[in-house]
Unconditional design. Structure first.
Length: 569
């Protein structure tokens, strides 16, 4: 895709500064800009559902993951003829049971009027409460969520003024979403993204956001920062080389990374070491082109009115050998090679240079669309990637399914791709827009990946929460189907202690052994002859790092195992 430049870019920089946003809005915009900006359409009318009909919500639980619908009514039922897409997620770092998801809420698909929908969970995503929308009756789009180190949630929402200017408002809640504040003006513009520094350094709590320069409230600038927990935002500045359609990340020492698409379709990375200093004049010390073997696009048949994905950047903040590694990932068109592939590149020198890109999807056909590629890096250095994949549509159509892969060796190799969902038609339930939004969002912890995603599994556009645990390496052969023995643990996830519960139907020699994700033995809990019955044994884990473990139970010739997740304090 070749980006057509706006006429304004031909003007001198001094003249641009003098042009108001109202004059800018009157310029003729190229087709690619008209397609992707978030403005009310001709049928954008606020329609309140008065006769709400419901149907069962959609849930599924697999061997190492589960997902459940979050845009549901008070009884947990699906609301018919609404739509929800472009989800974003935040997890409370002080209490992983508290999770927040925001999305574009369409109360009626006969209109493209959308609002700031959200839902929260207090039990690690098992159940969800959808109270309604923030700022009811106001056109809002492009939700982006985040949380700070104290567990406060923030919701960045795009809207428009009466003069058709884009602007963003950031809302804050300290009680998990029961009550939000009145919101803070945050400058902003279309296709914005936001990140909050959760480190313990100088920049802890700082909120950074950037957006597409061409649709900016403070044109030609595209970046702002808050140093007071979003009570106010600093005047806009510019990110070098004007990236768009991307995300931000904070490194282990508080360094800020901004990634996105740039001029001539290239992928770029910007880095600032001093953005974390409140009040500083931000210096973008690194600007690097990132070769992903292709370019971002929109208009693909799978999502004709939207993007096929955006650029994701994340950083390894672990204390392991990958600490400080920077990863950039996106679904890109690879000219002459593939319609859309999920590609990732790694930098081991803080973004100065990048290794050659690696393909994550392992399908063999070059005609498949691997779209909405979404990445996050866990605190232990594991890299998680999900995407939608048309390999499941055997007749070469647009039907897609959710796929997952992960890397435990800093992105060098990837696990066999795992299909997580059934096939669905992404064209079902369009709310007067020919798209299912523009992005997904994922946050990883030691045990797995928290994902906010949209699909039409229920026959319409809905938003889902998923928690995905990577398959343990070297221990897939530890379990057999057996009714004579069973083993489980509670709570799961846990902090420093969990209880192993197991049953025997006859007298057997029993062993309980715990392995880490690599298949290495880390503890022998039990090894003795026992009679039939139900047993519980406490397992103290203070000396074990957070992560995924498997407890293998052997009783005579029978074997069972349970996957256990230890989380940080």
């Amino acid at each position: 895709m070749t980006h057509i430049k706006m006429n304004l870019k031909l003007l001198s920089s001094s003249l641009i500064v003098l042009i108001s946003m109202s004059l800018f809005a009157q310029q003729e915009e190229p087709e690619w800009m008209q397609q992707h900006k978030e403005v009310p359409g001709s049928r954008s009318v606020h329609v309140e559902q008065t006769d709400i009909q419901t149907s069962p919500s959609y849930k599924y639980r697999g061997s190492n993951y589960f997902f459940t619908q979050v845009n549901i009514d008070a009884d947990g039922l699906n609301i018919i003829d609404d739509a929800a897409n472009e989800p974003s997620i935040a997890v409370d770092p002080t209490n992983p049971n508290r999770i927040m998801i925001g999305w574009r809420q369409f109360d009626d698909i006969s209109s493209d009027f959308r609002q700031a929908g959200y839902a929260y969970s207090l039990d690690a995503g098992q159940t969800w409460t959808f109270p309604g929308v923030i700022d009811p009756g106001v056109f809002r789009s492009d939700p982006v969520l985040g949380s700070d180190a104290q567990g406060n949630f923030y919701y960045n929402s795009l809207t428009m003024t009466a003069n058709d200017d884009f602007l963003c408002t950031v809302y804050k809640t300290s009680d998990g979403g029961v009550e939000w504040d009145d919101g803070t003006f945050a400058w902003g513009g279309d296709k914005q993204w936001m990140i909050i520094d959760q480190t313990n350094g100088t920049g802890s709590g700082l909120n950074y956001s950037y957006w597409t320069k061409d649709w900016s409230y403070c044109y030609p600038h595209n970046f702002t920062r808050s140093s007071d927990l979003c009570s106010s935002f600093e005047p806009c500045v510019s990110v070098e080389n004007e990236p768009h359609w991307g995300t931000l990340a904070v490194g282990p020492d508080g360094e800020l990374y901004v990634a996105g698409a740039g001029e001539l379709d290239n992928i770029m990375l910007n880095k600032s070491n001093n953005a974390q200093v409140p009040g500083s004049v931000i210096n973008w010390s690194v600007y690097t082109g990132v070769d992903l073997g292709g370019y971002l696009t929109g208009w693909a048949p799978v999502n004709p009115g939207g993007l096929s994905g955006q650029v994701y950047v994340d950083v390894d903040v672990s204390d392991g050998p990958g600490r400080g590694n920077v990863y950039v990932c996106a679904s890109v068109v690879r000219p002459g090679l593939d319609a859309l592939d999920v590609m990732i590149a790694r930098s081991t020198d803080g973004g100065l240079t990048f290794d050659p890109p690696v393909r994550v999807n392992d399908d063999l056909s070059n005609a498949n669309y691997n779209w909405f590629g979404t990445m996050s890096v866990a605190p232990n250095g594991r890299i998680d990637v999900v995407w939608l994949d048309t390999r499941v549509d055997l007749v070469g159509g647009v039907n897609s399914a959710l796929f997952y892969s992960y890397s435990m060796d800093h992105g060098s190799t990837w696990s066999v791709n795992q299909q997580l969902s059934d096939m669905f038609d992404p064209h079902v339930g369009w709310p007067q827009q020919q798209k299912m939004g523009d992005y997904y969002h994922m946050v990883s912890d030691e045990g797995g990946a928290h994902l906010a995603w949209a699909s039409t599994l229920n026959g319409e556009q809905d938003v889902y929460y998923a928690y995905i645990e990577p398959e343990a390496v070297g221990i897939n052969d530890l379990t057999e189907e057996n009714n004579d023995i069973s083993v489980s643990n509670y709570p799961n996830p846990f902090n420093d202690k969990t209880t192993i519960r197991y049953t025997l139907s006859s007298q057997e020699h029993v062993s309980l052994v715990v392995y880490d994700i690599y298949g290495k033995e880390v503890a022998v809990i039990l090894n003795e002859l026992q009679t039939a019955g139900v047993y519980t044994i406490p397992f103290l884990t203070a000396d074990l790092p957070a992560g995924i473990y498997v407890c293998k139970m052997s009783a005579g010739s029978h074997v069972q195992s349970v996957r256990m997740v230890k989380v940080g304090q």
